[in-house]
Design a protein around this ligand. Structure first.
Ligand code: ZN
Length: 242
């Protein structure tokens, strides 16, 4: 579907729950897009302040550390526009306020494509069904339709901030597993994906098998995509939201 569009895609907005979500799910894809000249913005809904594995680091410091790590990881992939909405990690709900805050970012960045987390629980895999991910995915889809395109939704955004309605024409859903219908070959950007993941040192420094795990996961997706042996991929369910 993405290839049939009449207008070229120039701007992409990624909405995820935590610092590091975009890098685990999509860093290889993002690097192919910035290499091709696309402008990519990140909207990170929480500060990841329930993350980190080192009990010596005060909890109050984690949010700042993780924001800094996410900015470094973004820079490795050529992304400089990184916005944090500041919601508390581990307690995310699909609230009207969250929909409004994501709508604000959509109207500011005016993307041709969005990347969002899978909004439903996968009963086969408890680890891939973090409640914050589902909430961020659902709230982002509510912001895509109807909120961002309806000038009468969240009227203060237009009245007080001058943010005009915007229709996002396509959405790529990460973590869609067997629902994925579109794959990006990330073999040539895989090294940058690993570098971006290592930038999240508070989350990944202790992972001795990070590269091996990511390579295994990328090859499974490449197989699902029908790519030749040795290739790596990231998969998405692509939605037509025009
Ligand atoms: Zn996460």
């Amino acid at each position: 579907m993405a290839d049939e569009r009449e207008q070229p895609v120039r701007r992409v907005l990624v909405v995820v729950a935590h610092p590091d979500d975009v890098d685990f799910g999509s860093a290889g894809t993002i690097a192919t897009w910035t290499d091709a000249g696309l402008e990519v913005s990140y909207c990170i809904v929480t500060d990841g302040d329930a993350g980190g594995v080192d009990p010596e680091v005060p909890r109050s410091a984690i949010g700042v550390i993780r924001q800094d790590e996410q900015r470094k990881a973004a820079a490795i992939l050529g992304v400089t526009d990184v916005e944090f909405l500041g919601y508390p990690d581990g307690r995310l709900m699909v609230s009207f306020e969250l929909r409004r805050d994501i709508t604000r970012v959509i109207r500011r960045t005016r993307p041709d494509r969005m990347v969002v987390p899978f909004p439903h629980r996968d009963l086969q895999s408890v680890y891939s069904s973090h409640p914050d991910h589902q909430a961020a995915g659902e709230a982002a889809l509510c912001a895509v339709y109807p909120d961002a395109r309806n000038p009468f939704a969240h009227p203060e955004l237009l009245a007080e901030e001058g943010l005009e309605a915007h229709t996002v024409p396509e959405v790529w859903v990460m973590g869609a597993h067997d629902r994925a219908d579109h794959y990006v070959d990330i073999t040539d950007t895989f090294d940058r994906k690993i570098a971006a993941l290592r930038a999240h040192a508070s989350q990944t420094a202790h992972m001795t098998t990070l590269e091996k795990r990511m390579r295994g996961w990328g090859s499974l997706q490449a197989q699902a995509a029908g790519l030749p042996a040795g290739r790596l991929a990231e998969g998405y369910l692509v939605l037509d939201t025009r």
